[in-house]
Every structure is written in structure tokens, then in C-alpha cells.
Design a protein around this ligand. Sequence first.
Ligand SMILES: Nc1ncnc2c1ncn2[C@@H]1O[C@H](COP(=O)(O)OP(=O)(O)OP(=O)(O)O)[C@@H](O)[C@H]1O
Length: 407
Amino acid sequence: MQYTEIMVRYGELSTKGKNRREFIGRLNGNVTKALHGFDQLRIHPKQDRMHIVLNGDDGKAVMGRLHEVFGIENYSPTVKVAKNMDAVHDMTTKIMADIAGDEPKTFKIETRRSDHHFELDTNQMNLDLGDWVLDHFPNLTVKMKHPDITLRVEVRRDGIYLMNQKIKGAGGLPVGTAGKGMLMLSGGIDSPVAGYLAMKRGIDIEMVHFFSPPYTSDNALNKAKELTAKLAPYVGKITFIQVPFTEIQEQVKHDVPEGYLMTVQRRFMLQLTDKIRVMRHGLAIINGEAVGQVASQTLESMVAINDVTTTPIIRPVVTMDKTEIIQHAKDIDTYDLSIMPFEDCCTIFAPPAPKTHPRLDRARYYEDRMDDVDGLIQRSLDGIKISEIKSTDHFLNTDQDVIAELL
Ligand SMILES: Nc1ncnc2c1ncn2[C@@H]1O[C@H](COP(=O)(O)OP(=O)(O)OP(=O)(O)O)[C@@H](O)[C@H]1O
């Protein structure tokens, strides 16, 4: 079927009252970015729908991209015909021939009319097309509730639009409508999922990744970049900020008792992320913590780490079971990458028995006792590197045989 447009229905957007215009504008920008490279199509964002007029561009390929844009509830590939019943009958036959098959099936016609001057009103159109289909497709019968096929017909001023599919979109809110947040991205399973969920709620994310050469390899850094590329289709491109953490980790290891190594390291990570957030004009920090998963994620641990900032910390996976997080990771295709066993900066300096219930006063005390905390933080900030990552970028050879050899 040669579709002429894709009709896009907005998600929660419709309920947002006075913010509506800003939301539609942002969605328009995001759709435009997602459809970059399709030169013929034109995007018309209207109050209640968005019309993507294809002008010959490939409808299937366009829908593939739309599928990753948050703020879209559903969309329908649509054919526009001239405003006369011969043209409507003709197209109805074509569409039905495409989908009816030979088995007995049920159908209904659902007409909407915004042009009230058209010769048939909504009811007459439903009856006329219903009869037409019954006459031409003997295996079809009418059913009003839950039919197998629903042919939607929209009579508008500039033409008549026919569609028979409503494809579920990504849902959520257009990325950017909720402002910007810094995602603390490790190479693990949880933080990419947290990033996806934050974007789904309209947060524009920038990645902050701590790495510790020579204790961590280029592969570990490239894995975090590759994960970023996996999340990029939802926004076009994502800023990746790599933060050198070696000196801090060595110093913490030297100065802090083993039980508090992890807590104090995490306090440094959070302080640095918060400073980067200010530099980048972010409003929040997002991480992949889930209550009780590991030693660093007990509530006591969160208290002792969170102490370094009052910035909102969003933890999208905080109450999920590991199995639920893994399912999300599989759905967004980050799982296979996440389980590649490259060393992470935290695991390398992880004590064998970190305190699962660290005390806040102790954590503060051990950190205060360290020399030149400000200098450590400043040198790390001086060493950050910022790059833009697109979905087409690759940083890692993901061929399993090659990986096996590297390990
Ligand atoms: N190297 C890192 N760079 C940036 N953020 C990190 C790094 N390591 C950990 N984090 C942040 O701290 C959170 C908790 O990390 P931790 O290793 O304790 O838990 P995790 O459950 O294994 O998380 P993940 O699966 O995301 O690695 C991570 O989800 C991430 O947001």
C-alpha cells in the first residue's frame, strides 16, 4: 500500500492544558530530528494531531523512526483521496483487498467529519461504505464491538483520509519538556534502563561516566559510549561526559578504611556529577540505584552518599526487581552490551566487604580527613572530555568471538 501520510496522535500531551503549545513544539522538533534524512516529507503539527505528509518518502521506514519518539500515543499510516465517493470507494476496495484475506472476518467503518459541507454525513458515510464492503467482500460481516478490521475515514476540508491501523507509539512525554538531567552511566544493566525511563518522562539526559585508567581499559569506556549510542535514537544524539576518576580512587583507597571505601568513592562521584550538572545547566541527577540490590544501595548507604547534595536525584528503577530491570534492558536492547564483562571503575576498587549500613557521620569524617579534597575534585573536572554520540556511532566490536579473545 502506498501511504500518503502518517497521522500521529499525541499522548499525555492532550491533557496538558496551557503547556500544550510548548509540548507540540517540542514534539515537532524531536520528530523532525528523528526523520532527518527523509527529504520529501513535510511535518504539519496541529492542535490535535500531527500529519506527516510523505510526498513519496517510504512510509514503513518513517514509522520505524517514529516508533522511538516519546510523546506519541499511536500513529496510523493513511491514504488521502479526493473528495468524491468514487475515489473513496476505489481506495476502500484497495485497502480491504490488502487485508481482508479469504477467511470469514468482521469489520466496521468509523467515520469522523470535520468538513460539515461534504455531501454525506457521518452516518451516511458509515452506511454507504459498509454496504460497499459487504457487496465486494463476501467473507466479511459487520460487527460494531471489537471487529477484526476497523476502517477509519476522516472527511476533512482538503481531502478524505482512510486508515485501518493504529500502531502503538512509545508513549511518555516529548524529550526536553521536563528539562535536562545528568545520568550517571556505568557499564551495568541498570543505569541505561534508568536513562531510557527518564527520557520517556521528558527528561533530556547527558551521560556522566567515571573511568579509571589504567585500572579500567578502553573497552570499558567504549562500552559506556556504545550504550549511549543505543539510547541515542530516542533523542537524535546524546552528550557523553567522561570523567577521570583514577586519582580520586587511589587517594580514597590510601586514606579511607576499607569498610568505607565504596561510600566515600560514591560521595565523590556524586559531588562531581553535581558540579558538572551546574556547568551544563542540568536540573537533576539520574542514577540506576535500586533499593537493597547491593551494598551501596541500602537506604543507609543512600543517606550517606546522598548527603553531598540537595539536588533532586531521580532513581527510575528504585523499586524494581532485578528481573524487571533485565526485561526492560532486553526490550531496549542494552542488555547484551551491559553484560559484557569489562571491568568497571567501581568494581576494581571495591572492598571485599563494604559496609552495608554505613554511618553518615563516619562517611563525612573519613572524607574530611583526606588531604586536598578540593584539588582532587578540580583536577578531575579539568580532565573531563565531552563528546556527542549518535545512534550510528560505534565504539566496540560486539562480535562475541572477538570479545572472547579480548578477555
Ligand atoms: N563508573 C560509573 N560512572 C557513572 N556512574 C556510575 C558508575 N558506576 C556506578 N554509577 C552509578 O551508580 C549507580 C549504582 O551503581 P552500582 O554499581 O552500585 O549498582 P548497579 O546496580 O550495578 O548499577 P548499574 O547496573 O547501573 O551499574 C549506577 O546505576 C550508576 O548510576
